[in-house]
Design a protein around this ligand. Structure first.
Ligand SMILES: NC(=O)c1ccc[n+]([C@@H]2O[C@H](COP(=O)([O-])OP(=O)(O)OC[C@H]3O[C@@H](n4cnc5c(N)ncnc54)[C@H](O)[C@@H]3O)[C@@H](O)[C@H]2O)c1
Length: 561
């Protein structure tokens, strides 16, 4: 093990017992800070706190953790470290942790912590309830103080129903995935896991994340992902059932037809009919439309039931599933009715991209290049270096059964690490601005002003993803005029995006209609339109003074290519 593996969580979450099992399995040294620090001072934790006070403990703790971090940097083997309850409250200590390994948050509900810590006797139920209430009232302020520290974790596991051995297995299995990413929302912090063959391990993975309920699982999908030709739903269902889970499959219509109030009512009716409670779980298996419709149904069922997204298109994987936005359409417009509802987890199996149609695949790539433009030039560089490999999706030998699927080995496809880079950007922006209030999330709309206008002016014949690709190119043309980007920058973006959406797509569109659509968009916002323009590659900035003439010129320049 190269870095340290740090375990955090509230008292009773199992840091010490999980840490011991993990250290044994990984053949690593185990350090329990709550013992190691007082030991060094020749005493025990209670005596140390009573005699020296918490501040003295935090100072020694900082020294200790900085030594652990220095050991990693000097090349010593990594250790498994159970952190103290308040370790992460000191920013300096937290930085040492962050810079020297992986931080795992063992998250548990109050009722589980109470059971583990206090309630091991045979009290009657009423007395237990009173005691639980007292327990929560006493501990809540400590917990809330520690929450910002936990939110720095690289991995979160819900350990309520897990033994220490289960939790240790879960941590090692997750580390073995192609990659994992943590989307940080304090208590709603959740994981994105990506691995080839993951679909056939859905049940096991959700069990290991501690997400599987004791009750029902609703698997919401579409008919074309649940037939003999492409039995994705069957593979997921079989694996869930192998964990003795009760699974009900509900098919909704394909594409935008899923995003209606009637379909949401259908989902609600089915769940009410089956006696589904808030402790049960919804899994959305499909493209962004399934995620949006099932997500909205989950957000509104009994004021919110847990959902896991298993996106099966590239747009779903690198965009729609992450961020908590759910929506259905209204006769007056797209996505007008919706809610923010963060998932419990997102599972990505890149193998399913095999069968997704080109249109949706290219749309996902346009979003990927967009992430590069707004925040990470290395995405653009890596796309350039591997574009051929990325455009030509690998064809896995068809293994459309759970057994065959489960044997799919990790694969070196260059798109896989880039998906993580893109999602890391979205994750950072949405964590900072979950409900689109402070503005960070606006950056994700780069290229969308022109894109919406291209879609509207073509009566929605141009697919959204391709419209975004062309919209980004148009924004670069304005940037070139304003000298915020160079000719070389524009050429590089044109070269990538030209492969996704040829300019011919907008050749026949009425220029005036495009500009009218942009102006209409402009009227919708009180403070004028937020027009995002590139500043070199890897950065964008909001401008509010972009004129109609500049847009016209950009359009002409784009069409003349
Ligand atoms: N919530 C958000 O933040 C967010 C973000 C972006 C997009 N969206 C929404 O997502 C939707 C677009 O999503 P999309 O592009 O995934 O389209 P989609 O969900 O309509 O899926 C496209 C088509 O591909 C099929 N399909 C899905 N996976 C497949 C697979 N592995 N193999 C073969 N066929 C497969 C679907 O059945 C469908 O016919 C839009 O409604 C958009 O509003 C939401």
């Amino acid at each position: 093990m190269t870095g340290n593996l740090y375990l955090t969580g509230f008292s009773g979450s199992g840091k010490t017992s999980v840490g011991k099992v993990l250290a044994q399995r990984l053949k690593a040294e185990f350090v329990d800070l709550d013992h190691a620090i007082p030991n060094r001072a020749g005493t025990d934790l209670a005596t140390f706190f009573a005699e020296e006070g918490e501040q003295a403990f935090r100072t020694l703790e900082l020294d200790y953790v900085s030594e652990l971090a220095a050991d990693v940097k000097s090349g010593k083997p990594g250790k498994v470290v159970a952190l103290g309850g308040g370790t992460l409250m000191n920013p300096a200590t937290q930085e040492h942790v962050e810079s020297s390994g992986v931080l795992v948050w063992l998250r548990a509900k109050w009722s589980s912590l109470f059971e583990r810590l206090l309630c091991c006797d045979d009290r009657p139920l009423l007395q237990k309830a009173e005691k639980l209430h007292e327990f929560i009232s006493y501990n809540r302020p400590f917990y809330e103080g520690r929450l910002p520290g936990y939110a720095h974790c690289d991995l979160v596991l819900d350990v309520d129903n897990m033994t220490p051995a289960d939790t240790a297995t879960a941590i090692t299995r997750i580390m073995d995935c192609s990659w994992h990413l943590t989307v940080r929302f304090f208590e709603r912090t959740h994981s994105v896991l990506c691995d080839s063959g993951l679909l056939a391990r859905t049940g096991q993975m959700l069990y290991q994340l501690g997400i599987l309920p004791r009750g029902q699982v609703w698997l919401i999908t579409t008919g074309n992902l649940d037939d003999d030709k492409l039995p994705l739903a069957k593979i997921v269902k079989e694996d869930l059932e192998s964990t003795r889970q009760e699974v009900r499959v509900l098919r909704i219509p394909d594409g935008e037809a899923a995003k209606t109030i009637e379909q949401v009512t259908r989902i609600h009716n089915a769940m009410l009919g089956a006696g589904t409670t808030r402790d049960d779980l919804v899994i959305a298996l499909g493209g962004g439309t399934v995620g949006d419709a099932a997500g909205f149904a989950a957000a509104t069922y009994m004021r919110g039931i847990d959902i896991v997204h298993i996106p099966t298109t590239l747009v779903g994987m690198i965009d729609a599933a992450l961020g908590g936005k759910t929506a259905i359409n209204h006769p007056k417009g797209k996505n007008l009715i919706g809610a923010y509802h963060q998932p419990k987890a997102i599972l990505i199996d890149p193998v399913v991209l095999n069968t997704s149609a080109d249109e949706y695949y290219l749309a996902g790539l346009a979003e990927l290049v967009k992430y590069g433009c707004i925040s990470d030039i290395s995405i653009i560089e890596e796309c350039e270096a591997n574009w051929k490999d990325i455009l030509n999706r690998p064809k896995w030998e068809e293994k459309w059964t759970r057994d065959g699927w489960g044997q799919l080995e990790g694969n070196p496809w260059s798109l896989i690490p880039l998906m993580k880079k893109g999602l890391a950007i979205k994750s950072r922006l949405v964590s900072a601005d979950e409900r689109e209030v402070t503005g960070e999330r606006t950056l994700l709309n780069f290229g969308h002003t022109f894109a919406h206008a291209f879609e509207a002016a073509s009566d929605f014949k141009i697919p959204h993803g391709q419209a975004v690709a062309l919209g980004i190119r148009a924004a670069f043309k304005i940037g070139l005029k304003r000298k915020t980007v160079t000719v070389e920058d524009v050429t590089r973006i044109d070269n990538l995006l030209g492969d996704l959406a040829p300019v011919d797509l907008i050749a026949g569109l009425d220029g005036e209609r495009i500009l009218e659509a942009i102006k209409l968009d402009k009227k919708r916002s009180k403070d004028g339109i937020n027009f995002l323009l590139p500043k070199g590659l890897g950065e964008v900035e909001i401008f509010t003074d972009v004129t109609v003439d500049e847009m016209k010129e950009a359009l002409v320049a784009l069409r003349e290519q």
